[in-house]
Design a protein around this ligand. Structure first.
Ligand SMILES: Cc1cc2nc3c(=O)[nH]c(=O)nc-3n(C[C@H](O)[C@H](O)[C@H](O)COP(=O)(O)OP(=O)(O)OC[C@H]3O[C@@H](n4cnc5c(N)ncnc54)[C@H](O)[C@@H]3O)c2cc1C
Length: 608
C-alpha cells in the first residue's frame, strides 16, 4: 500500500521548485566539481526529465514533503501524519519519508526532488545514467532505516526500491559461473523487508535465513552494513551468507557479482556500507537448517541501591560467561540509569524447559536477596517452534503485545512490527553511539573493570549490550566467514556491541507544534558522550558498527572497517571513479562536502 496520492499529485508539467532553497549552493553554472540543484542553470530541462520518464514507463515522480499538511499544525491531516509516523509501514510506503526524522545538529529528513520507483534493474540503470550525465546528487532508499540519514538527500534524485520486493526460495542454488555444491538459498529483491523474508523462508519454507532483528529494515541496506540478528553468534553476519548479488554500477551496467565474477565488488558489498558501490537490485543468501525451537527470555530486575546494582551486574556477567557465552544465545541486556538490569535475551536450538533450567541458578541467586533485588515482572522464558517465530498470524494470536500491526485500512495482515522497535519509528535522534566490547574484558581478572565501566556509564545514560552483534563465543565458521567480509575484524573478537543512545518523538526543526526540544537533545547528547567515554576507558579504539553508529564518529574509516579500508577505497575508485554514489561516512565520502554536492578533494588525495 503505497502513499502515492500525494506524490502523484505533482506532475512533470509542473515547474520543479527547489525543495530546500539550495543550502550552500552556488547558483552558478555547473563546474564539474559540484552537483547541480533545482534552480541551477545546469539542472536538467523539462524535456530531459520527460525523456527519463519515457524510459521509466511513468515511474518518475516529483516528491512533496508530507509536512505540507502541517501548515496548520492543529489540522486533522497533520495530526494524522504524526500518528502514522509511529507506524513503520506508513513511513516505508512514502518515498518522501525516512524512519528517522532527524538527528540534532546532524541531519533532517527531507525529500528528494524526484523519485524513481524502480521495478527492475533497467529502471535503476536509467536513473543512474541520468544522474551521472546531469551531475545530480543520487540517493538510494530501501527500508529507509539509516540512522545516519544516508537514504535521504534534498535536491537529489532518489532510487526507491520498495517495489522490488519479490522473494524466491531455491532448493539448490549455484551462483552464476561457480562450481560450488548446490545449496538451499533465497533470492530477494532489494526492497524486500526482513519480516517478509522470514515469513517466506521460515514460516512457509521451514528454513532459517540470517537477517536483522527489526521487522521493517530493508534486506539490501542491512546486508551492506554486515547485518546482525538475534542468532548471529550461530549463523554469523547476514552478509557472510550472501552467495550472489545483482548490482547496477555507476556506468549503468547491471552486473551479477559473486565469488567468481567481480569478487572484489562482491566482497565490498558484504559490509562496506550501503549507497556506495552501486545499487543492488537483487541478492541471494544461503539459508540454514531451522532450529526446532527459538525462544526469548525477559527478566527485568531492579536493585535497591548502587552497591546492589553493581553486585547484580557483576553476577550477571559471571552467569553470562558460564551459561550464555556460546552460539545459542543472543540479544540484549540493558544497564539502566535507575539501577534496573533489563534482560531481553533470545535462544535457539533447545526447548523452553532447557532454557528455564539454564537460568534457574541465576534466578535463584536473585530471589535469595529480596531486600536487594526485585523482579519488576515475573520472568518470562518462552520457546516456540522455529517455523512460528516470524509467523504473523501466530504472533498476533499468541504474542499480541510483542507484535504490533500496521493499522491502516486495507493494510496487509502480514504487516507486523515489534513493539520494541516502535519508539524508533519516526524518532528524532538526540545521540547514538556504539562500540564493540572485546571478549578479553570477560576474562576473570578484567570482569571487575568491565562491571565498573558499565555501572559508571549507566550513571549518565542507559547502556544496551547487544550480545549478538559481537561474534566472540559464536560458531567458529560464523567467525571465520565474518572475517571474509570487509567489516572491522574487531567484530570477531567482540562479545557484544554496546549501544548508548537517546531519542525524542517525530520532529522537524522549524515545524510549529512539532519542533524537537533541541536543548534537551543536546543535554542528552552530552550525557551519552560521557557514558560512552566510561566504556572507552576499558575498550579504547574498539571500533563501531557502521549501520548502528554515531553520525559524528571520529576516524570512521578505521572504526567501521579497520585495516580493510584502503582496499574498499580502491574498489570504490574502480567501480565509481567519479564518486556518483555518496553516503555520509561512506567509503570515499571524505572527498566530498558533508552534503555530497561538492568535491573537496581530488580523487588521488581522497575518496572515490
Ligand atoms: C529500528 C531499527 C532497528 C535495527 N535493527 C538492526 C538489527 O537488528 N541488526 C542490524 O544489523 N542492523 C539493524 N539496524 C540498522 C540497519 O541494518 C541499517 O540501518 C540498514 O542500513 C537499514 O537498511 P534499510 O534498507 O532499511 O535502510 P535505507 O536507509 O533505505 O538504506 C540504508 C543504506 O543502504 C543504502 N541502500 C539501500 N538499499 C540499497 C540498494 N538496493 N543498493 C545500494 N544501496 C542501498 C541506502 O542508500 C543507505 O545508504 C536497525 C535500524 C533501525 C532503525
Amino acid at each position: 500500500m503505497v502513499n502515492r496520492r500525494r506524490f502523484l499529485g505533482g506532475s512533470l508539467s509542473t515547474p520543479v521548485l527547489a525543495t530546500t532553497g539550495g543550502r550552500g549552493a552556488t547558483c552558478s553554472a555547473h563546474t564539474g566539481s559540484s552537483r547541480v540543484r533545482p534552480g541551477d542553470p545546469a539542472w536538467p530541462a523539462h524535456s530531459s526529465w520527460s525523456s527519463l520518464q519515457r524510459r521509466l514507463s511513468g515511474r518518475l515522480f516529483p516528491l512533496r514533503s508530507p509536512l505540507g499538511s502541517c501548515r496548520d499544525p492543529e489540522s486533522a491531516a497533520c495530526r494524522e501524519l504524526f500518528r502514522e509516523l509511529k507506524n513503520p509501514y506508513y513511513i516505508g510506503d512514502d518515498p518522501a519519508l525516512t524512519q528517522t526524522t532527524g538527528w540534532v545538529d546532524a541531519w533532517t529528513s527531507r525529500p528528494s526532488a524526484y523519485a524513481v520507483e524502480a521495478r527492475r534493474a533497467a529502471d535503476v540503470a536509467a536513473a543512474i545514467d541520468f544522474a551521472r550525465d546531469h551531475s545530480l546528487r543520487l540517493v538510494v532508499k530501501g527500508g529507509g532505516h539509516s540512522y545516519l540519514g544516508t537514504s535521504n538527500a534534498p535536491d537529489s534524485l532518489l532510487i526507491w526500491t520498495r517495489a522490488m520486493n519479490d522473494i524466491r526460495l531455491h532448493d539448490a542454488f549455484v551462483a552464476r559461473g561457480c562450481s560450488d555444491e548446490p545449496a538451499p538459498a533465497v533470492s530477494m529483491g532489494a526492497g524486500a523487508i526482513w519480516v517478509r523474508a522470514y515469513d517466506e523462508v521460515t514460516t512457509r519454507g521451514g528454513r532459517y535465513v540470517q537477517g536483522g532483528g527489526c521487522a521493517t529494515v530493508g534486506v539490501a541496506g542491512l546486508v551492506q552494513g554486515g547485518g546482525f540478528g538475534s542468532f548471529s553468534k550461530a549463523f554469523g553476519v547476514a552478509a557472510a551468507s550472501m552467495l550472489e548479488a545483482e548490482v547496477v554500477t555507476a556506468d549503468g551496467l547491471a552486473r551479477t557479482v559473486n565469488s567468481r565474477s567481480h569478487p572484489d565488488l562482491f566482497w565490498a558489498l558484504k559490509g562496506g556500507g550501503g549507497g556506495t558501490f552501486g545499487v543492488i537490485t537483487r541478492l541471494t543468501l544461503a539459508t540454514h537448517e531451522l532450529p526446532p525451537y527459538l525462544g526469548v527470555v525477559s527478566i527485568p530486575i531492579r536493585a535497591s541501591d548502587d552497591a546492589a546494582f553493581s553486585r547484580l551486574v557483576s553476577r550477571f556477567l559471571d552467569f553470562y560467561v558460564t551459561a550464555l557465552f556460546n552460539p545459542s544465545w543472543g540479544e540484549i541486556a540493558n544497564i539502566a540509569t535507575d539501577n534496573t538490569l533489563e534482560i531481553e535475551m533470545a535462544f535457539q536450538g533447545f526447548d523452553q524447559a532447557r532454557a528455564a533450567a539454564i537460568w534457574q541458578p541465576f534466578l535463584q541467586w536473585v530471589e535469595a536477596s529480596p531486600e536487594a533485588f526485585t523482579l519488576v515482572r515475573p520472568p518470562l522464558i518462552r520457546a516456540v517452534p522455529g517455523n512460528r517465530r516470524w509467523d504473523p498470524a501466530f504472533l498476533k494470536t499468541y504474542a499480541p503485545a510483542a507484535a504490533l500491526s500496521d493499522d491502516r485500512p486495507g493494510a496487509s495482515p502480514n504487516n507486523i512490527f515489534w513493539a520494541a522497535n516502535r519508539s524508533e519509528a519516526g524518532h528524532f535522534i538526540h545521540a547514538f553511539k556504539s562500540a564493540w566490547l572485546p571478549a578479553a574484558l570477560l576474562e576473570e581478572h578484567r570482569r571487575g573493570n568491565l562491571t565498573e565501566a558499565l555501572i559508571g556509564a549507566s550513571r549518565h545514560a542507559k547502556v544496551e549490550i547487544h550480545f549478538q552483534k559481537g561474534l566472540a563465543g559464536g560458531r567458529p565458521e560464523a567467525i571465520a566467514q565474518a572475517l571474509q567480509t570487509p567489516m572491522n575484524p574487531a567484530v570477531a573478537d567482540a562479545f557484544a556491541l554496546a549501544i548508548i543512545g537517546s531519542e525524542g518523538p517525530p520532529a522537524w526543526p522549524g515545524l510549529p507544534g512539532h519542533e524537537p526540544d533541541l536543548a534537551a537533545a543536546r543535554r542528552d547528547a552530552v550525557a551519552v558522550t560521557k557514558a560512552m567515554s566510561e566504556l572507552k576507558k576499558v575498550a579504547p579504539g574498539s571500533g563501531s558498527y557502521v549501520a548502528e553508529s554515531d553520525f559524528f564518529e571520529p576516524d570512521w574509516q578505521t572504526s567501521y572497517w579497520g585495516a580493510n579500508y584502503p582496499k574498499l577505497l580502491a574498489i570504490k575508485r574502480r567501480y565509481d571513479p567519479t564518486g556518483l554514489f555518496f553516503a555520509h561516512h561512506g567509503v570515499g565520502s571524505e572527498a566530498w562536502s558533508d552534503d555530497g554536492f561538492t568535491r573537496t578533494l581530488r580523487q588521488e588525495a581522497g575518496g572515490g
